[in-house]
Design a protein around this ligand. Structure first.
Ligand SMILES: CC(C)(COP(=O)(O)OP(=O)(O)OC[C@H]1O[C@@H](n2cnc3c(N)ncnc32)[C@H](O)[C@@H]1OP(=O)(O)O)[C@@H](O)C(=O)NCCC(=O)NCCS
Length: 165
């Protein structure tokens, strides 16, 4: 059974930090290399970084499969848009409709916040995730390159999905 719960405690954030470390190292080192992932994990997915993002309006949610923590989501409300900042599932739990269930949850949040669309960014070489997003109804609207400091850049596509009212 898939369960999605708000992550609000330090323990929740510690669990997300561990999930991010596992998922990001496995998934992104082949795409962007270890130095960038070491930098990004510390900058974006340490407990301290997550707490700062929450202060800045990001909401985090933990995903459980049969009570085991298997992934997480982060969203932020923007003007007219819900920004899906993070959606990650452990590799051995993929393909079980966990991402789809998480996306339905995010869509419901967009409706609750009265927002017309969901947007996300995805690395241009993250081919499997791009395919999954397309299956889930997202459209690629173009490239987005972000300087994240220390000589690293995020080379992404921006994708959007309109939310049916
Ligand atoms: C992207 C991700 C969150 C999807 O979660 P998931 O639990 O594997 O997805 P689901 O099993 O719910 O599949 C959702 C849909 O995408 C499709 N899909 C998933 N992976 C796919 C792939 N590699 N190729 C084509 N379609 C794919 C599924 O068939 C399903 O479509 P359907 O409902 O029409 O059958 C997950 O694969 C993941 O964490 N990937 C690695 C980390 C990552 O890149 N995250 C995104 C960062 S921007």
């Amino acid at each position: 059974m898939i369960k999605i719960e708000a992550a609000i405690t330090t323990q929740n954030y510690q669990q997300i930090e561990i999930l991010a470390d596992t998922i990001w190292r496995e998934h992104y080192i082949p795409i962007v290399g270890k130095p960038q992932i070491d930098y990004m994990l510390d900058k974006f997915q340490s407990v301290k970084a997550i707490e700062k993002q929450v202060e800045d309006g990001y909401e985090y949610f933990s995903i459980y499969y049969d009570e085991t923590p298997v992934g997480y989501i982060s969203i932020k409300e923007e003007k007219d848009t819900l920004f899906l900042s993070k959606i990650y599932v452990l590799s051995n739990y993929r393909g079980k409709k966990i991402g789809k269930t998480a996306m339905q949850f995010v869509e419901q949040k967009a409706k609750t916040y009265n927002l017309k669309r969901i947007r996300l960014t995805v690395n241009i070489n993250n081919i499997n995730s791009i395919k999954a997003y397309e299956k889930l109804g997202f459209k690629n609207i173009g490239a987005l390159i972000a300087d994240i400091g220390s000589g690293f850049v995020m080379d992404d596509y921006e994708m959007i999905k309109l939310v049916k009212s």
